[in-house]
Design a protein around this ligand. Structure first.
Ligand code: TMP
Length: 220
């Protein structure tokens, strides 16, 4: 539907999405492209309310309730922020989207991917990522990084980090399966390497996609 470009960063805990997103946004700005940077859940003020209820320590939602709240956040996020930005021709950089719902609520919690995709259609309709970059890291490395960051930030948003390693292994397997099933729209980057190397690879993928999109816009 869009004239803009919708780029999503996905990955398990501690994959470095936040740092990569900031660096990539600065790199785009230096080229005169001002991206909209956002995240899920919590990309809107209303979604932030949902995020606080969902990812705090000790939250104990029924998996289906958790899924529906993620999707309420999705509908608000797409309707109020992402769709208008894409319609205005902007580059949108989003930290997590439906890939996370399939990985966490599907792979992790065991809910049906078909149901998740049906709800995604209701929440987001035709808004889909042009490119999803998976920052892949083993849970053993990622969880350690993530818990360290949460402690430094004195954040209590650690609901998922506190789940067992088996949950995080299923999340990772789901992400890798999604990426393998749709290589046209997904790219996998090894995020266990130093962050500068990861950022360089993400920028290279993005540069390719921007070039391709500019050629599409220019026409034959
Ligand atoms: P973040 O800490 O990467 O910002 O994400 C918050 C948590 O929300 C993270 O542990 C993954 C989880 N999540 C889901 O379980 N389902 C979803 O659909 C999304 C977008 C995030």
């Amino acid at each position: 539907m869009s004239r803009g470009l919708f780029v999503v960063l996905e990955g398990g805990e501690g994959a470095g999405k936040g740092s990569v997103l900031s660096a990539v946004a600065e790199w785009l700005l230096a080229q005169g492209i001002e991206p909209l940077c956002t995240r899920a859940p919590g990309g809107t003020a209303e979604g932030q309310v949902i995020r606080s209820a969902l990812v705090q320590s000790g939250a104990n939602w029924e998996p289906t309730a958790e899924l529906l709240m993620m999707m309420a956040d999705r509908a608000q996020h797409v309707g109020r922020l992402i769709r208008p930005a894409l319609a205005a021709g902007r580059v949108v950089l989003c930290d997590r989207f439906v890939g996370s719902t399939i990985a966490y609520q599907g792979g992790g919690r065991g809910l049906s991917s078909e149901v998740i995709l049906e709800l995604q259609k209701i929440a987001a309709d035709d808004v889909a990522a042009d490119l999803t970059i998976l920052l892949d890291v083993s849970p053993a490395i990622g969880l350690k990084r993530s818990l360290k960051r949460l402690a430094e930030e004195k954040s209590s948003e650690d609901l998922f980090e506190r789940l067992d390693i088996g949950f995080h292994e299923r999340v990772r397997a789901s992400f890798l399966k999604q990426a393998a099933a749709d290589t046209e729209h997904w790219a996998v980057i090894d995020a266990s390497r130093p962050i500068v190397e990861v950022i360089g690879d993400v920028q290279a993928r993005l540069a390719e996609r921007i070039e391709q999109r500019s050629a599409d816009w220019a026409g034959p």
